[in-house]
Design a protein around this ligand. Structure first.
Ligand SMILES: [Zn+2]
Length: 436
């Protein structure tokens, strides 16, 4: 920890300094009292300053994750705000938006206040809570959005569950417009998701597992776009997973609807055919999440949407569960995988290093654009701005092993992968909060 820092010889992109173009530049950055105080070349070190030689490393603004589950209060054996934040900064994230499906549910300002205080006292990064859309996530009684906002909620969502009743969702959109809060939609029509465990398709049929229909997502996405248009409320689609949803969102954007959308690395890189069999011939629940890994065509549509600019942000949907829970048969195991520590390496290795997406665009999707969903400024390295920064090694491959994770849980389908984009240092408000 140091409030007097000098980062020397870091490589970055001129666009991330607020200038035009994507040219690579080598810079020094001085940090004082949590903020960037000077950016230049060949800055001389000063008395009492801790100097970090960043030669060969890439300096990025701290990443911003629009969707994580930190499980506190109530399920701290999976994760808590402190351990979740350790995973975040190890993955290069300096800000995350946490979902309200805790125990108790964050449907009351007191729960939001508890989370804000816990984050202030224990977190290594910024943790922005969201308020539940309905009491107890039951989808029946809309909460008091203005009160949740006053306590610190940055958005409203029933994530973990879809809002089943159209009238409730419409009422929420109207109230969100008045409170100037964005609605984050876990789009799931339960009559079509059918209590399924994996995507309804060839694999679910082959194994005789109840399947989650692709249209369970897209019918809610269509509803949300229509209601956004009708009310003027901002509407954000969480973890999009199907081609049909993407087609609806693309058309709505073209029509001027205030809709944004995020995708998760696992929906870009995996499909239902990739779920491996365990030794006993059943499917491995570490590949189970909601929405599920979809068909190959859906995965390719997510990739296309990423590359054509339809996607606004990358979200991990970091959802920790204990080994015992994930060892259950896939029908009974809980939904969700962790993602904070693999998100940037996956995006960098599979899209940037392979030449499909520019590094600048990747960082934008994982910082500035993600923050904009919540009207939170981030994603630039500017004189005077908060020193939320990360230094990545983009050249040295590293392996994702079970003991790699700082998260309290290890439920990741990417264990065993070798990736590029390792975090070397993370700074949050000028403090060194992670060092490899
Ligand atoms: Zn969700």
């Amino acid at each position: 920890m140091s409030t007097k820092l000098l980062i020397k010889h870091a490589k970055t992109l001129s666009a991330l300094l607020g200038k035009s173009g994507e040219a690579e530049v080598i810079i020094d950055v001085r940090i004082r009292d949590g903020r960037i105080s000077e950016i230049g070349q060949a800055l001389a070190s000063q008395d009492g300053e801790h100097c970090i030689d960043a030669t060969g490393l890439f300096l990025s603004p701290g990443l911003f994750d629009p969707q994580v589950h930190f499980r506190e209060p109530g399920m701290e054996y999976k994760e808590d705000i402190a351990s979740g934040s350790r995973a975040a900064v190890k993955g290069g994230f300096t800000a995350v938006v946490s979902m309200p499906n805790t125990s108790p549910v964050a449907d009351h300002p007191d729960v939001i206040t508890f989370m804000v205080n816990r984050a202030r006292d224990t977190a290594l990064c910024k943790v922005y809570p969201t308020g539940a859309l309905s009491k107890g996530l039951a989808g029946e009684i809309v909460t008091d959005f203005a009160a949740l906002r006053a306590a610190g909620a940055v958005a409203i969502t029933d994530d973990g569950k879809g809002v089943q009743r159209d009238a409730i969702f419409y009422q929420a959109m109207q109230q969100a417009k008045l409170a100037d809060l964005v609605i984050l939609d876990h789009s799931e029509d339960e009559t079509r998701s059918n209590h399924g465990a994996i995507h309804a398709g060839k694999v679910s049929q082959q194994y005789g597992i109840r399947g989650i229909g692709a249209d369970s997502e897209s019918v809610h996405v269509a509803r949300g776009c229509q209601m956004s248009e009708a009310t003027g409320a901002r509407y954000h689609v969480l973890h999009v997973s199907t081609k049909a949803s993407i087609d609806i969102i693309r058309a709505a954007k073209q029509a001027g609807v205030r809709v944004t959308v995020e995708v998760s690395p696992h929906h870009l890189l995996l499909c239902d055919e990739d779920i491996p069999e365990k030794a006993d011939g059943t499917l491995d629940a570490n590949w189970k999440m909601n929405p599920p890994l979809r068909s190959r065509a859906d995965m390719l549509a997510c990739q296309q949407a990423l590359l054509d600019g339809t996607i606004d942000a990358i979200a991990t949907d970091h959802a920790p569960h204990s080994p015992a829970e994930k060892a259950l048969p896939i029908e009974q195991a809980p939904f969700g995988i962790i993602g904070l520590e693999t998100a940037f390496p996956l995006m960098y290795s599979h899209f940037v290093r392979s030449g499909k997406l520019s590094l600048g665009a990747c960082i934008e999707l994982m910082s500035r654009n993600a923050g904009q969903i919540f009207n939170i400024e981030c994603g630039r390295i500017l004189d005077g701005s908060a020193a939320d920064l990360v230094l990545f090694d983009l050249e040295t491959p590293f392996a994702i092993t079970p003991d790699f994770f700082a998260s309290r849980s290890q439920n990741s389908p990417f264990v065993g992968h070798t990736l590029y984009g390792k975090t070397c240092y993370t700074f949050s408000d000028g403090n060194l909060v992670y060092q490899a």
